[in-house]
Design a protein. Structure first.
Length: 285
């Protein structure tokens, strides 16, 4: 059983085509994440393929939560990122994952400023191979509080062959980041070559959801999804007493502040806060 006052740990599994998407959806995974794993950490599927997958999954009238990536674009390419994010949202996904790569904090913060006002449910994915930039993270959270944007934030890694996120970053660093994101009312997600046997540690860190690709492939993450490994991931989650859920986070939600059980259906988009607006302005200075 889950601890009192805590929601289930949600699972996000990345898929590269319709067959994989259908298999993952049928398995009861909470988030089906559409990406091209052969094209980097956040490789994007061609927009026609993305739209076709979404349309096929929606055709039955029901579908799991769908997310999609926008590619490994540098923070300086703000207009290209903006254009791709809007096109990805227009394809019909629920969440648009945008990588916030390493580099100058000013560039990352300027990109976050652009993303914060888009009419889409943007999920900033902070690339944390070398650590979490505190200025960038704080800026994203300040924008969240001020604009009611970013229903979720994630950490991920670019170098998938160098161990999982939990192996590469200190536990205290990850725990503090998760706590800060949750305190803002957003969902906190962790990804980066995660393994099924790390689910208890992910749960202990307080993450709302965890992202997987490598763990559900028999070989390289760019290869085909392995149904046996997918089943093993679900079995590992079941061992935590966290039954599959129907996690969601949308840019248009108008619910009050999230309840203590962190039901993802009740994640808030809070009203603008003048105090955090001032903090949001500090990163790019």
């Amino acid at each position: 059983m889950t601890a009192p006052g805590r929601a289930a740990l949600q699972l996000l599994v990345s898929v590269r085509d319709l067959a994989e998407a259908r298999a993952v959806a049928a398995a009861g995974i909470d988030f089906v994440d559409l990406k091209d794993p052969s094209d980097g950490a956040l490789g994007a599927l061609p927009l026609p393929l993305l739209g076709a997958i979404v349309q096929a999954l929606r055709a039955g009238g029901t579908a799991p939560r769908l997310s999609a990536t926008t590619g490994d674009l540098p923070p300086e390419a703000r207009e290209a990122v903006r254009t791709r994010a809007l096109a990805t949202a227009a394809a019909g996904v629920d969440l648009v994952k945008v990588g916030i790569g390493p580099g100058p904090a000013a560039a990352a913060c300027a990109l976050l400023d652009r993303l914060a006002v888009l009419p889409a449910a943007i999920v900033p994915v902070l690339i944390a191979d070398a650590g979490i930039d505190p200025a960038v993270s704080a800026h994203a959270l300040a924008l969240r509080r001020h604009h009611g944007c970013f229903p979720a934030l994630m950490l991920d890694t670019a170098g998938k062959g160098r161990g999982s996120l939990l192996q590469r970053r200190p536990t205290a660093e990850l725990r503090d980041w998760v706590a800060a994101v949750r305190a803002s009312g957003a969902l906190a997600g962790l990804a980066g070559a995660l393994r099924a046997d790390e689910l208890p540690a992910l749960r202990a860190l307080g993450a709302d959801y965890a992202g997987f690709r490598s763990a559900v492939c028999a070989g390289d993450r760019a290869g085909a999804l392995d149904p046996a490994r997918l089943a093993a991931l679900l079995a590992a989650r079941s061992a935590l007493g966290t039954a599959p859920g129907t996690a969601t986070a949308t840019a248009t939600a108008a619910s009050p502040s999230p309840s203590p059980d962190r039901d993802p259906e009740a994640v808030a988009n809070p009203a603008p806060d003048p105090a955090t607006a001032a903090r949001a302005a500090g990163c790019a200075a």
